[in-house]
Design a protein around this ligand. Structure first.
Ligand SMILES: Nc1nc2c(ncn2[C@@H]2O[C@H](COP(=O)(O)OP(=O)(O)O)[C@@H](O)[C@H]2O)c(=O)[nH]1
Ligand SMILES: *[C@@H]1O[C@H](CO)[C@@H](O)[C@H](O)[C@H]1NC(C)=O
Ligand SMILES: *[C@@H]1O[C@H](CO)[C@@H](O)[C@H](O)[C@H]1NC(C)=O
Ligand SMILES: *[C@@H]1O[C@H](CO)[C@@H](O)[C@H](O)[C@H]1NC(C)=O
Ligand SMILES: *[C@@H]1O[C@H](CO)[C@@H](O)[C@H](O)[C@H]1NC(C)=O
Ligand SMILES: *[C@@H]1O[C@H](CO)[C@@H](O)[C@H](O)[C@H]1NC(C)=O
Length: 389
């Protein structure tokens, strides 16, 4: 979703049409963004081998074979179809896509077959060829994905059914909805107990602030204040533990008027990550969408899953630092369990880096270019994200 929205913005900037090539595990997740029209790449034998076959030139390899001479590469008429690899692990030649001169040349290529797993929008803001247009399109730098995402991604009827049923049953009647997204990438290095401790440290730090809101609302109109916590995680351990912990605490209290009730809910119990699995992807989309409907969001650092939820929801989350025993148990990086994101924008994890004679722009207003509205991410040091200045 992050790369699709990036590709869509790139298409707008370069006068192209965005077509998507969903595998069977993706087709049933979204509604068509434009009624009576389709964004699906045509299932047409003329195109089939253009996407998957080796018959189409790959931009990075051509650049490599031609000593980075983009004029030579892009003058070749065989390049009316060109593969562009912008995904994790792309090489220095692929990264030349981000040079302004190359972009001029690419305008002549009719079909770009773009593969990516990155949110590359922040880098487009660093390219002088696009910047003026982008500034006109997005005076607010913090809501770029918010607008692109809400335009492109509407749940399908099937997804909406699941979302609405869960929301109505568990979240709709709460005074406050809190989304807690726990993404553990290495379950060995980040054992449940340690992660749970970190979640509670984060919650405690923010409890005072939350409590003020609750106290105010209690004083004004109601005698009880209901918080619904939506737990999104592959594992159900966190949900079970948290529920148990708060249930015990609640039964130990006096149960006087004006108390804050906390309920925990989890929509999916997938347990393990799967690829090319339609129903698994459906539950991921349902979780993402439900998180986006919360009032307060706690996400996990590095998680693109969390980025989509925060962006769609228009929420600046508290980013949880998932403790990792490989790096000292997680109490070192920020000195805090979590921190508030500087903007709701997703992070571009692997931008091209500045390396002198090749491609790359310095950021944070360093010498040599950059832009004050593109800064390094809180959770990914080498990453880039958009902020308002
Ligand atoms: N339903 C559900 N699936 C999850 C959750 N966390 C991870 N997943 C699965 O794992 C995948 C995460 O990969 P990705 O979307 O790249 O997110 P990231 O790894 O957090 O950046 C999702 O597509 C889901 O298949 C969760 O909280 N709920
Ligand atoms: C879509 O097509 C249907 C059937 O042709 C038509 O009735 C409807 O008005 C169209 N909707 C839009 C938004 O064009
Ligand atoms: C790059 O290729 C073009 C077209 O083939 C050629 O005219 C030009 O001299 C080349 N530039 C360099 C620096 O080799
Ligand atoms: C141009 O296209 C031809 C034929 O498809 C190919 O053999 C050649 O390597 C290409 N040249 C460059 C510079 O990519
Ligand atoms: C490229 O294609 C155009 C249009 O098909 C043709 O006029 C031109 O001669 C071609 N150029 C080369 C170098 O093959
Ligand atoms: C919340 O605020 C109330 C009233 O100010 C106070 O008595 C209570 O201890 C606070 N609770 C927490 C968890 O901070």
């Amino acid at each position: 979703m992050l790369s699709m929205s990036s590709a869509f913005l790139y298409a707008l900037l370069t006068n192209r049409v965005l077509l998507v090539d969903f595998g069977p595990d993706m087709t049933h997740l979204f509604s068509e963004p434009v009624p009576n029209s389709t964004w699906l790449f045509p299932e047409d034998s003329r195109f089939g081998n253009r996407i998957y076959g080796s018959k189409v030139d790959d931009f990075g390899s051509l650049m490599k074979n031609n000593n980075n001479n983009h004029t030579a590469v892009l003058a070749n008429n065989s390049s009316s179809f060109l593969h562009v690899n912008l995904g994790y692990g792309y090489d220095d030649y692929d990264k030349l896509f981000y040079s302004n001169e190359v972009q001029d040349g690419l305008q002549k290529v009719s079909w770009l077959i773009l593969k990516s797993d990155q949110y590359f929008v922040p880098y487009l803001f660093l390219m002088s060829g696009f910047r003026a247009k982008l500034d006109r399109m997005f005076p607010d730098k913090e809501t770029v994905f918010h607008h692109l995402g809400r335009y492109l991604f509407t749940p399908s009827d099937q997804a909406w059914g699941l979302i609405a049923r869960f929301y109505d049953a568990y979240l709709a009647n709460a005074d406050e909805r809190i989304g807690l997204q726990i993404r553990v990438l290495d379950t060995k290095a980040s054992p449940t107990a340690l992660v749970l401790k970190q979640v509670l440290r984060c919650a405690q730090k923010e409890a005072t602030k939350q409590n003020e809101t609750a106290t105010k609302k209690l004083a004004s109109k109601k005698t009880s204040y209901n918080k619904a916590v939506l737990v999104a995680s592959l594992s159900s351990e966190f949900y079970v533990e948290l529920k148990d912990m708060f249930w015990k605490r609640a039964s130990a209290s006096t149960g006087s008027d004006g108390e804050v009730a906390v309920g925990f809910h989890q929509a999916s119990h997938e347990e393990v990550q799967r690829s090319n699995d339609g129903s698994h992807n459906m539950m991921a989309w349902v979780d993402i969408y439900l998180l986006s409907l919360c009032d307060v969001l706690v996400t996990s650092g590095w998680s693109t899953f969390g980025y989509v939820a925060q962006g769609l929801g228009g929420l600046r989350p508290w980013i949880l630092q998932i403790p990792d025993t490989k790096y000292g148990g997680g109490e070192t990086l920020w000195g805090n369990a979590c921190r508030r994101a500087v903007s709701m924008e997703p992070c571009f994890h692997f931008p091209p880096s500045y390396d002198g004679n090749k491609v790359g722009v310095r950021v944070d207003g360093e010498e040599g270019g950059g832009s004050p509205s593109v800064v390094h991410c809180e959770d990914v040091g080498g990453g880039l994200k958009l902020v308002n200045v």
